[in-house]
Design a protein around this ligand. Structure first.
Ligand code: GDP
Length: 308
C-alpha cells in the first residue's frame, strides 16, 4: 500500500533538493508531479484539486526560514497537508458516560465487518473493556457462525439468536430470530444486565448498495442510538470507496471510518479521499486477517509512511 505513491512523491520532492531558492516555476512543476501521483493513486479529483491549491499557495508564500532550506520547507508543507486530509488529530472512540457504549458496524458485504468485530473486541479487551459482540447480520448464510468463530478466537462473547428460537432463549422476548433490530436491542439489554461495557453490533451488507440494506442499517441505528457508527470500507476498491461512503453517509450516517485490507496492493486513494469527502475521521485501520493486524489510525504516522 502506498508504495508507488510514496515513490512518486519522494521523487517529485527530491528534485527540489539543493536549490537555494525556489521559483514559482519550480513550485508549479513539483505541484504538477504531486497532482499526477495522487491521481494515479486513485485519490478523488476534488480532493486532489484542493490539496494542490493549498500546497501551491503555501509554498509560494512560504517565509524564508533559517532552519529549513526551501526544499525542506515544501516537504514540511506537503507533510502537514497530508496529515490534514487524513484527518489531523487521531480520533479516539467516544465511550458512553453510562455503559454500555454501543458501536455499530456498517458497510458492504465483504468489506471486513465481521473480521473487524473480532479485532475490535480483542482491542477493546486489551484496553480494559468487557465487550460483547452482537450478531445482526442475519442475511448472509453463515455470518452468525462466522462471528461466533471470530469471537471465540478473540475470547469475546457473542450474542446471537438461536436458529428457530426467539431471542433470549425460550421465547422470552417474543421476537423472531430473523429481525436484526430486535436482536440488536436484545444484545444491548443483555450487555446492560450482564455488565458488558461495550456492545459491537455486526450488521448485514450487500454486494452493492441497495435501499433494503440502507433501511435495515438505518433502522438499527435509530433503535439502538449508537455512540459510534463505523463505516467499514475495503481500501482496495479505490474510487468506489468514495461513492460507497457517500451513499452510507446519506443512507445511514456514520461517525467514523475503518479502512480494511491495507495489506493489499491498494494505491491509497480511499485513505486519502474518504475523510475529506465525508468529513468523518478514519478511526481504525485493518491490515490483514489476524486479530493483531489492526490499529488505531494515526494521520501523522500515515503521512510519514506516505512520504517515506
Ligand atoms: P463482511 O462481509 O463485511 O463481514 O466481511 P468479512 O469480515 O467476512 O471479510 C471478508 C473477507 O475479507 C474475509 O475473507 C476476511 O478474512 C478478509 N479480510 C477482512 N479484513 C481484512 C484485512 O484487513 N486484510 C485482508 N487481507 N483480508 C481481510
Amino acid at each position: 500500500m502506498f508504495d508507488s505513491l510514496s515513490d512518486r512523491l519522494t521523487g517529485a520532492l527530491k528534485d527540489l533538493r539543493g536549490k537555494g531558492k525556489l521559483s514559482d516555476a519550480d513550485i508549479d512543476r513539483t505541484a504538477r508531479e504531486i497532482r499526477l501521483a495522487l491521481l494515479e493513486a486513485d485519490v478523488s479529483l476534488p480532493v486532489v484539486r484542493g490539496f494542490i491549491a493549498k500546497i501551491k499557495q503555501r509554498a509560494k508564500g512560504a517565509e524564508v526560514s533559517a532552519a529549513l532550506n526551501p526544499a525542506q520547507q515544501v516537504v514540511k508543507i506537503v507533510n502537514e497537508e497530508l496529515i490534514a486530509i487524513l484527518g489531523g488529530e487521531t480520533r479516539r472512540v467516544q465511550f458512553a458516560k453510562k455503559p454500555p457504549t454501543v458501536i455499530m458496524l456498517a458497510g458492504l458485504q465483504g468489506a471486513g465487518k465481521t473480521t473487524l468485530a473480532g479485532k475490535l473486541g480483542n482491542w477493546l479487551k486489551q484496553q480494559g473493556h468487557t465487550p460483547l459482540l452482537v450478531a445482526c447480520d442475519l442475511q448472509r448464510p453463515g455470518a452468525v457462525s462466522q462471528l461466533q468463530i471470530v469471537g471465540e478466537r478473540a475470547g469475546v462473547p457473542v450474542f446471537a439468536p438461536h436458529p428457530g428460537t426467539s431471542i433470549g432463549g425460550e421465547g422470552t422476548l417474543g421476537v423472531s430470530s430473523g429481525d436484526p433490530v430486535a436482536v440488536a436491542k436484545a444484545g444491548i439489554d443483555e450487555a446492560a444486565s450482564q455488565h458488558y461495557d461495550v456492545v459491537v453490533i455486526d450488521t448485514a451488507g450487500r454486494l452493492g448498495i441497495d435501499e433494503e440494506l440502507m433501511r435495515q442499517a438505518s433502522d438499527i441505528r435509530e433503535a439502538t442510538d449508537p455512540d459510534e457508527v463505523l463505516f467499514v470500507v475495503d481500501a482496495m476498491i479505490g474510487q468506489d470507496a468514495v461513492s460507497t461512503a457517500e451513499a452510507f453517509q446519506s443512507g445511514v450516517g456514520f461517525t467514523g471510518v475503518v479502512l480494511t485490507k491495507l495489506d493489499g496492493d491498494a494505491r491509497g486513494g480511499a485513505a486519502l479521499s474518504v475523510r475529506e469527502v465525508t468529513g468523518q475521521p478514519i478511526m481504525f485501520a485493518s491490515s490483514g486477517e489476524k486479530l493483531e493486524d489492526f490499529d488505531v489510525f494515526h494521520p501523522d504516522r500515515m503521512a510519514s509512511r506516505i512520504l517515506g
